[in-house]
Design a binder for this molecule. Structure first.
Ligand SMILES: NC(=O)c1ccc[n+]([C@@H]2O[C@H](COP(=O)([O-])OP(=O)(O)OC[C@H]3O[C@@H](n4cnc5c(N)ncnc54)[C@H](OP(=O)(O)O)[C@@H]3O)[C@@H](O)[C@H]2O)c1
Length: 217
């Protein structure tokens, strides 16, 4: 499959690139730096570009069967909500214009439900430092569920509350809007295992127009 991966050099994006390339997919890896997310491979092409450039994204998306986004909101201490929504509005418009329908998004955990109508981000122990990013991600999910998702076959994949580089174990569970935890109450996933679930969904497209979540066991 030809995959356009936005945010390919990041902590999560580079694991998705590695997983997809290892499975033989053709990956075009976009970031503003244009760096390669991994060692040179014939099926990996690094491209410098800004995901807010609708003409560029529409052209590139049209040359691929699926678009994957591992973009992160600004982390400079400013409120990321408005710029992240603007970025995803431009991105969804561009993908729609390209004629490619499939869009799979790396999401956030803060909007997962920990009780009826209660999001993880609303809990007292949720770290202040991550609140802006969590709310920005909830806005993106709302955008996809509304007008932003029109005409697109999107899937939004929330990681567990903690995602970090680690081991590729192949052992994880998929959930829905509710936050899943391991028997010890933790909510963790390695970025490598998250990438397996993400590329599975890219290949199989079994959760159209839905948010799913991934947690380690
Ligand atoms: N538990 C959680 O909820 C949780 C935890 C961690 C991460 N996440 C989410 O996972 C996603 C990825 O996070 P991460 O930690 O992997 O981020 P990261 O390491 O900062 O990577 C972000 C990637 O996006 C690229 N990028 C940023 N803005 C761009 C733009 N306008 N155009 C093109 N490329 C752009 C960056 O490269 P350049 O700077 O070179 O463009 C980089 O490749 C984020 O959405 C984050 O919120 C969720």
């Amino acid at each position: 499959m030809k995959i356009l991966l936005l945010g390919a050099t990041g902590m999560v994006g580079s694991r998705i690139a590695k997983e997809a390339v290892a499975r033989g997919h053709e990956v075009t890896a976009v970031s503003r730096s244009g760096k390669s997310p991994g060692e040179a491979r014939p099926n990996l092409t690094a491209v410098a570009g800004d995901a807010s450039d609708t003409a560029l994204v529409a052209r590139l998306a049209g040359e691929h069967e699926a678009v994957a986004s591992a973009l992160a909101p600004p982390r400079d201490g400013s409120d990321p909500r408005e710029p992240f929504t603007a970025l995803y509005t431009a991105l969804t418009d561009a993908v729609r214009a390209s004629g490619t329908e499939r869009l799979v998004v790396v999401g956030g955990a803060g909007s997962l439900l920990v009780g009826p109508g209660k999001r993880l981000v609303d809990t007292p122990d949720f770290p202040d430092a991550y609140k802006g990013e969590a709310l920005a991600h909830h806005d993106v999910l709302t955008l996809l569920r509304g007008r932003g998702g029109d005409g697109l076959n999107w899937t939004y994949i929330s990681p567990a509350a903690e995602i970090a580089p680690g081991e590729r174990t192949g052992t994880f569970r998929l959930g829905d809007d509710r936050m899943l935890t391991a028997p010890d109450g933790s909510s963790r996933i390695s970025a490598e295992d998250y990438a397996i679930a993400f590329v599975d969904e890219l290949e199989q497209a079994v959760h159209p127009k839905r948010r799913i979540s991934v947690v380690g066991i």
